[in-house]
Design a protein around this ligand. Structure first.
Ligand code: 0RA
Length: 422
């Protein structure tokens, strides 16, 4: 049988109630109905392809912004499973798109969802908040299609032809009665997809904007906006990209990768800059407020450089330890960890709270960095010279400040006496 039964049983009623809740309170699921929330819809769909890539089955994700602000996301993964879902009695694919939180765990994978947007809400939320959604799946020798209007199934999964390929294509038009604007910002999407490509070594992501370009004189301009991102170097490529206009202290980034309970990937490269530039990610989400992974990293970097400097006579017995801020001056680093049940805290819920992550990251970084420094004494020396110079500059600034304070206190109050005395 090609089509599944579509009687409105108890299950279906529950489905509609679930998606109705999303339409009533969209902010609860995607943060807001501004352009940020709109972009979130695209990230949700792309994340499903990224998860398929992380599972090792997807190599390409192509995103198109079609005229009329229709989004099309195509991946070459295994294709969403099409078999009958035991609980809902409808196809697994339709279940994913119509039941809240139905994504992720089925199909027998041990795989937990490691990617996932800030809210990680899944395809059903995108479906609920779209005027229409159309999903095409290629797998098991066939090509299947299903269609929805504002979350409601208007065409259940139907086989429309043969195919020897696999993959999933999702097209949707966000609901203009829900969002303040449907006008996607190409630059914002491009930046995020470049970032995802850096974070997912080997995955190729393309984006193309096929909307006509508006100019001030109202004429349509021919300007092709597209991006094509694939980085075999992963975070090394990310750090090289961030440092592209800076003077490097050592030619190749220091690279740390460790699998285990909390998989860790880190790249570090020093430049002659005076600032520190550290980006952290948890499950591909930018943790702008930092958290336990960043704390573990900082602790280990401070320890590894101080230990090396002591054991190689760069710091003498009488010398004080280098401070963390001295060691991070001129550092560009990207830290990416995968955490099974991340706890996000802070004002913008972008601070990792899981306390076990600190020690895991600290141990991994301390081990790898200590080994790296022993094996690359020239790099170690170049970085430590910069750290020591930062430490001297900090000490000199402190002394200068102290001197000014002392001078001020000897001269008495800085406030003019006459006008102050009552
Ligand atoms: C779970 C299991 C399987 C595939 C997927 C999820 C999947 C979901 C999406 C969403 C967008 N693209 C996707 N690609 C794959 C496969 C299970 C199997 O083949 O045994």
């Amino acid at each position: 049988m090609d089509k599944y039964e579509h009687a409105y049983g108890a299950e279906q009623i529950q489905v509609l109630e679930g998606l109705e809740a999303v339409r009533k309170r969209p902010g609860m699921y995607i943060g807001s109905v501004s352009i940020r929330g709109l972009h979130h819809l695209v990230y949700e769909i792309v994340d499903n392809g990224v998860d398929e890539a992380l599972a090792g089955y997807c190599k390409n994700i192509n995103i198109t912004i079609e005229p009329g602000n229709i989004i099309c996301v195509e991946d070459d993964g295994r294709g969403i499973p099409i078999g009958k879902h035991p609980k809902t009695g409808i196809s697994a694919a339709e279940t994913v798109y119509t039941i809240l939180h139905a994504g992720g765990k089925f199909g027998g994978d041990s795989g937990y969802k490691v990617s996932g947007g800030l809210h990680g809400v899944g395809a059903s939320v995108v479906n609920a908040l779209s005027e229409w959604t159309e999903v095409t799946i290629q797998r098991d020798g066939g090509i299947y299609i299903m269609k929805f209007n504002r979350g409601k199934t208007v065409e259940p999964l139907t086989r429309i032809g043969d195919s020897n390929k696999t993959g999933t294509k999702v097209r949707f038009l966000a609901d203009s009665t829900i969002f303040e604007t449907l006008d996607y910002d190409y630059e914002v999407l491009e930046k995020r997809f470049r970032e995802i490509a850096f974070l997912t070594k080997g995955l190729r992501i393309t984006i193309e904007d096929k909307r006509p370009i508006k100019t001030e004189d109202g004429e349509e301009k021919e300007e092709i906006r597209k991006g094509d991102f694939c980085f075999e170097g992963g975070l090394n490529s990310f750090v090289e990209y961030l440092n592209k206009n800076k003077e490097k202290i050592h030619p190749m980034p220091i690279y740390i990768e460790k699998d285990g309970e909390v998989p860790i990937e880190i790249a570090i490269q020093y430049t002659t800059a005076y600032s520190e530039n550290i980006y952290t990610f948890v499950n591909n989400i930018n943790t702008i407020e930092g958290g336990t992974h960043l704390e573990g990293f900082k602790r280990a970097v401070t320890k590894a450089f101080n230990d090396y400097a002591r054991s190689h006579g760069i710091l003498k017995e009488k010398d004080a330890n280098l401070q963390g801020e001295d060691i991070r001056e001129g550092m560009t680093a990207v830290i990416s960890v995968k955490v099974k049940e991340p706890q996000f805290e802070g004002q913008t819920k972008t601070k990792l709270g899981n306390s076990n992550v600190t020690g895991i990251v600290a141990t991994a970084v301390n081990d790898a960095l200590s080994t790296f420094l022993e094996e690359n004494p020239n790099v170690a020396k170049a970085i430590l010279e910069k750290c020591i110079s930062a430490s001297r500059a900090r000490e000199a600034a402190r002394k200068a400040r102290e001197l000014v304070r002392k001078k001020n206190s000897m001269e008495g109050s800085t406030l003019p006496r006459k006008t102050c005395r009552l």
